[in-house]
Structures are given as structure tokens and as C-alpha cells.
Design a protein around this ligand. Structure first.
Ligand code: SF4
Ligand code: SF4
Length: 306
């Protein structure tokens, strides 16, 4: 393995410990900023931009006005029903630094590989005992490929298991460089139909499908994960098409169906955005069971949830 660049910087928006999803054992999830897709059902909208974003929780605001005093851009005002003029905001973070109740928070901060490793080290004993490790998520971790690569190398150097949740939307060269350091690849596939894919995620699926095959050849354990979304792919034909494609991938024998949920809805309000899915309802248990049967009918194992 080439020398590890511990001073490589990336932008991280969250580190979640003690996860039992997103790979085997107990894991720490490192969420990286930036995503080339804009899925309408995205439950991490704060991840989509490549730089930091400001979130405002009105119910936590005590009206002290300290943030208004420090905002040099004049972006904050109680007379503005939205409170933040996001066209004026330059995302400097000064307001969040003085907001004691935490009504204003910045999502996304620069961290070096060394700094992330200090956080991960706290759970090293859990990784060893449970067969867990770290999982890179996002956003799309391959967007920050230089950072992801060095972080994965540092984890492998410690002997920790590595996993990555990916959309597969990245240049071929990036996939070939990074994925050999990923023990467990969790590849999200939304639709095989190019028109459906583009209209619901904002990007074509050709590169994603090509990379899905490539990833399965490079990473020893690949699982296909399907966010099952009403009106997008919650039908037999759509899931069958994904199942047939998964069987073309190298060594894939499991599909995770992730039923649509609205957990991320409130984050849109905190970002001053409208929720793109409107009042779309969760899937019925009957539909989920039916689609599980479709996957199993193709000879694949099906897991509901992550
Ligand atoms: S992030 Fe900076 S520019 Fe934006 S509202 Fe806060 S202080 Fe003003
Ligand atoms: S500093 Fe925080 S609590 Fe005070 S007015 Fe600003 S957002 Fe509200």
C-alpha cells in the first residue's frame, strides 16, 4: 500500500457511531458532503451541496439576536418570515458559532484523515469484537475520492473492515482506484429504466449501471440496495428488472429493499426548502412483501431495510 496522506482534507457532515446497518457488525458511518444526484426522496438533503449548508430550527430560537449582530452579509432578520435570506448568506458559519441554543447549525466541516481517524479510534474495540468497521456514506463518497481513498487506506492499515454506500455515479478511473479498498460495497440502484431514472434523480443511469458491474468485480462483497419509492419503482416489473441486472453483477446474491420513509422531511424545512415528495405515503406492508417475493423468485436473498 502506498504511503497514507493523513493530512488529506475532506468535507464531512456527520459521523454516526454504533450503527448496525450499512455493513456487518457495529459500524461508524462517516458522511461525506456532495452528491451528483438529486433524488426526490433524498433523506439527507443537507448532503447534496458540496460545501457547508446552514440549517435553522425555529422552535429552538430564543430570539436573542446575537446571530444578527455577527452576520456581516445582513442575511438574517426577524422581519423576514424565513429568518434567513439564503441569497445573501455566504455560509460563513459565524451565526451558528454564537447561537447557544443550537437553532442555527452548519452542516459540513473540513476534516483531515487524521482527525477522522481520531474519532474512529474511539470505537476500535467494537470493530474488533463485532466484526464491524467503518462505512463511508453521503452524499456520494466517491465525489471526494482523494479523501475517501486515504481514509480507506488508513482504516485498512488498522485492520478495520471498510464499507461504502455508493450511487455508483463517478468516473470509471475513480471507481477503479478506490473500490479495491472497500470490503463491502452497498450499491444503490433506483431504476433500470433510463427515463424514470433521469426524471427522478436528475442523472442518466448508464454510468451507474456500468459502474455497478465494475464495483462488483473490484469489491469482494457487493450488495444491491433499492430505495423502494411510491410511483417510481414500487411495482413488480421495476423490481424484477433490478433483480435481473443484479444477477449480471459479480457475486451478488442479496438485494436490500429500503421502503420509502419520510424521516428526512423535516430537514427540508430546516434548509428553507420544499419537500419534493409532497404528501407521498409510506408503502403498505403488503406491497413490501409482494416485492420481496419478486426478488426471492429470482433466486436472490432479500432483506427489508439496511
Ligand atoms: S452563515 Fe454567515 S452569511 Fe449566512 S446567515 Fe450565518 S453569519 Fe450570515
Ligand atoms: S443566535 Fe440562535 S437563538 Fe439567538 S436569535 Fe439567532 S438563531 Fe435565535
Amino acid at each position: 500500500m502506498s504511503e497514507i496522506k493523513y493530512d488529506q482534507e475532506g468535507i464531512v457532515f456527520d459521523i454516526q457511531r454504533y450503527s448496525i446497518h450499512d455493513g456487518p457488525g457495529i459500524r461508524t458511518i462517516v458522511f461525506l458532503k456532495g452528491c451528483p444526484l438529486a433524488c426526490r426522496w433524498c433523506s439527507n438533503p443537507e448532503s447534496q451541496r458540496f460545501d457547508a449548508v446552514l440549517m435553522y430550527k425555529k422552535s429552538s430560537c430564543v430570539g436573542c439576536g446575537k446571530c444578527i449582530e455577527v452576520c456581516k452579509a445582513g442575511a438574517l432578520s426577524f422581519s423576514n418570515p424565513e429568518f434567513i435570506d439564503r441569497d445573501k448568506c455566504v455560509r460563513c458559519g459565524a451565526c451558528a458559532n454564537v447561537c447557544l441554543p443550537g437553532a442555527l447549525t452548519m452542516k459540513g466541516k473540513g476534516m483531515t484523515v487524521w482527525q477522522v481517524m481520531q474519532e474512529l479510534q474511539k470505537d476500535a474495540i467494537n470493530y474488533r469484537r463485532s466484526g464491524g468497521g467503518i462505512t463511508l456514506s453521503g452524499g456520494e463518497p466517491l465525489v471526494q475520492s482523494a479523501f475517501a481513498l486515504e481514509l480507506l487506506k488508513a482504516c485498512k492499515d488498522k485492520g478495520w473492515s471498510t464499507a461504502m454506500e455508493t450511487t455508483g455515479h463517478a468516473p470509471k478511473e475513480v471507481v477503479e482506484q478506490v473500490m479495491p479498498f472497500v470490503d463491502h460495497a452497498l450499491v444503490d440502484l433506483k431504476s433500470i429504466d433510463p427515463r424514470v431514472h433521469e426524471s427522478q434523480t436528475g442523472v442518466a443511469n448508464r454510468l451507474i449501471l456500468e459502474n455497478a458491474i465494475r464495483i462488483s468485480q473490484l469489491s469482494p462483497n457487493t450488495v444491491v440496495r433499492v430505495p423502494v419509492v411510491p410511483g417510481v419503482n414500487d411495482n413488480q416489473a421495476a423490481i424484477e428488472a433490478i433483480g435481473h441486472f443484479a444477477k449480471l453483477m459479480h457475486g451478488v446474491n442479496t438485494i436490500h429493499l429500503l421502503p420509502y420513509h419520510t424521516y428526512g422531511e423535516n430537514k427540508y424545512a430546516l434548509l428553507g426548502r420544499e419537500y419534493p415528495m409532497g404528501d407521498t405515503k409510506a408503502l403498505s406492508e403488503k406491497t413490501v412483501e409482494l416485492l420481496k417475493g419478486v426478488v426471492e423468485g429470482l433466486g436472490l436473498r432479500c432483506v427489508i431495510g439496511g
